[in-house]
Design a protein around this ligand. Structure first.
Ligand SMILES: [Mn+2]
Length: 334
């Protein structure tokens, strides 16, 4: 059985400099997020296999792929004509990932993706962080500016639930057979509605409902602590999510980031200056038997950093490694 560990990632490419950097920091595995792979509708086995082998050539394990491009499943999310065709492609991508030895495929269910109202708010020491204020949401920035938010506006939460349910019914049996786990990421920001599009995953209860719908070992959470901390009452959601889903084995992996404040307004920050105590989170994750990987997620933009954020990611990764070592020491593990 594997232990809780720190992985690196949020990379879209098997990038030589970043993978060498992660290996140098003592990371042994990575996730890739929406990797640049050929295919307009789905990913093929050969490309996924090649990508895994490239990652392994750095002495790193490929833990997961997070997210297919939104155009692969926008009609699924919005329940538009053509969704069955997208589902067939999604099923094929799952099968191909399984055959290529990729154990986790992450997804979110946000047709209009992640929103912020500022990308350059001054954080600690002038580091630039993103921020969201729902009073200014109309002026907000959809971080990928995908037009789905203009073409399909769903105002009814139950319709959105039916769309998620329809998706799960179609893909869960395929994931079970392919030995791939599907990891759900919360909505960011966690609101019931944003720019006319209903959102589902904005509170602890919605994940319970999703778990019941999926009713399978092949479904779990990509527990983004940042999103949970953004929810009303901030840190208490983080603790509740860990305590409820952890013992059930439903936390597949963790996005380790935090914010200051919670909806309607919050801003991102460095680990250790947000709503929750990161040491408490690690201790809780250990207590519930979590044995997956932690991953830095969004990071503040520090001086002279790269687009990917080598410097800030180095800090986040070192912080997590230190917490894990301390927790192991406290448990008298060698
Ligand atoms: Mn996240």
């Amino acid at each position: 059985m594997k232990r809780m560990r720190v992985a690196g990632g949020q990379l879209r490419d098997v990038d030589d400099e970043s993978l060498r950097f992660l290996k140098q920091l003592g990371v042994d595995s990575v996730q890739l997020n929406t990797p640049y792979l050929p295919g307009e509708h789905r990913w093929e086995f050969e490309d996924l296999l090649r990508m895994r082998l490239q990652v392994e050539s750095y002495g790193l394990e490929l833990e997961a792929i997070e997210n297919v491009p939104i155009p692969f499943y926008d009609k699924i999310m919005l329940g538009l004509p053509g969704r069955d065709e997208q589902i067939e492609h999604y099923q094929a991508t799952i099968r191909h990932a399984g055959r290529a030895g990729i154990p986790i495929l992450g997804h979110h269910f946000m047709p209009n993706f992640v929103w912020r109202t500022s990308l350059s708010t001054a954080g600690r020491g002038g580091a630039l962080v993103t921020a969201f204020d729902n009073r200014e949401a109309a002026k907000g920035i959809n971080l990928i500016d995908y037009p789905a938010n203009r073409e399909g506006r769903i105002a009814d939460e139950e319709i959105m639930w039916r769309n998620y349910s329809y998706f799960l019914e179609a893909v869960i049996p395929v994931a079970e057979e392919a030995n791939v786990k599907l990891a759900l990421h919360p909505d960011d920001p966690p609101l019931r509605e944003l720019d006319g599009v209903t959102r589902l995953f904005h509170g602890v209860d919605s994940f319970k409902r999703a778990m019941a719908l999926a009713d399978s070992e092949a479904w779990g959470l990509n527990l983004c602590l940042g999103c949970c901390s953004e929810m009303v009452n901030g840190a208490s959601n983080v603790m509740e999510m860990i305590d409820y889903f952890g013992p059930k084995g439903k936390i597949l992996y963790v996005h380790f980031r935090d914010v200051q404040g919670s909806v309607p307004a919050f801003q991102e920050c460095f680990i250790g200056e947000g709503n929750y105590d990161p040491a408490e989170v690690i201790v809780r994750l250990k207590r519930v038997g979590f044995n997956g990987f932690l991953l830095d997620d969004h990071v503040p933009r520090v001086v002279n950093d790269t687009d990917w954020g080598h410097r800030a990611r180095g800090h986040a990764i070192g912080y997590m490694q230190g917490l894990l070592r301390m927790a192991a020491y406290a448990d008298q593990e060698r």
